[in-house]
Design a protein around this ligand. Structure first.
Ligand code: F6R
Length: 242
């Protein structure tokens, strides 16, 4: 695991955007694996800025997102479909039909998991996967205890994750109870992975990732089994590392 430490959130986001842009310049038809959440927000802003400045075109690129809530309409402001359109896809020249997220409204959720895993194999695997990390070490919605052999599956969200996400919903009760997520094995199919973390809340997770054991109780530790992972973190998220 390589580590890039930047001074603050802004610098971390610029470094992450630069990483993604370089991949697209090198391979215009690259498949990008993308995440939602607070961490990549400024990275996406930087990508939009870079696109508007004419640095890169996403016309040939494809995206595969990590996860989506079960039971929210695509147009629900908290759905990850909506998030990705609002924060990125609507502001760059990517073809909407080349952007993919799990369908949390599929009639048969198990079939949807199989379809999505098939899609990862068919159009992917991602040339570059962008990840965030939960304070409990989750990646995607793979909570502690998830098998490292897991492919795309349905997850019952833990109370701690529902609580962490409640800030985006009118009340904590409105946070969906289930999501569809790429599994650990699906994520590790990516050719290259960057994991972004910012802020002191993430410091214990970054420390455990770098210094701890590979353990299914700490999902992000699976990344140590992958040959090309780069952590891009800011100083506050790195402060626990000795
Ligand atoms: C989002 C995702 C999650 C987040 C993680 C960190 O698609 O897969 O694993 O990356 O929950 O979220 P933030 O960035 O909001 O701290």
């Amino acid at each position: 695991v390589k580590v890039i430490v930047k001074e603050d959130y802004h610098e971390m986001s610029c470094a992450a955007a630069h990483f993604i842009e370089s991949k697209i310049v090198e391979k215009p038809g690259a498949v990008l694996g993308l995440a939602t959440g607070g961490t990549p927000l400024a990275t996406y802003e930087e990508l939009v800025k870079g696109y508007k400045e004419g640095k890169v075109s996403y016309r040939q690129a494809c995206t595969l997102n990590l996860d989506e809530y079960v039971g929210l309409e695509e147009d629900h402001p908290q759905s990850y479909h909506y998030f990705m359109r609002e924060k990125l896809f609507d502001h760059i020249d990517i073809d909407a039909s080349n952007t993919h997220l799990p369908n949390g409204n599929a009639e048969n959720i198990d079939h949807e998991c199989q379809r999505y895993e098939g899609l990862i194999d068919e159009i992917g695997p991602p040339d570059l996967q962008v990840l965030g990390i939960g304070i409990n070490g989750h990646i995607g919605f793979n909570e502690p205890g998830t098998s490292f052999d897991s492919t795309t599956h349905v997850v019952t969200l833990t109370e701690s994750t529902r609580k962490a996400n409640a800030r985006f919903f009118p009340t904590a009760e409105d946070v969906p109870k289930h999501s569809i997520t790429m599994g650990i094995r699906s994520i590790l199919k990516s050719k290259q992975i960057i994991l972004l973390a910012s802020g002191e809340d993430k410091a214990p997770a970054i420390q455990r990732l770098l210094e701890g054991e590979i353990d299914e109780e700490f999902p992000a530790s699976a990344l140590k089994n992958h040959p090309d992972v780069t952590l891009i973190v800011d100083e506050s998220a790195y402060q626990g590392v000795v």
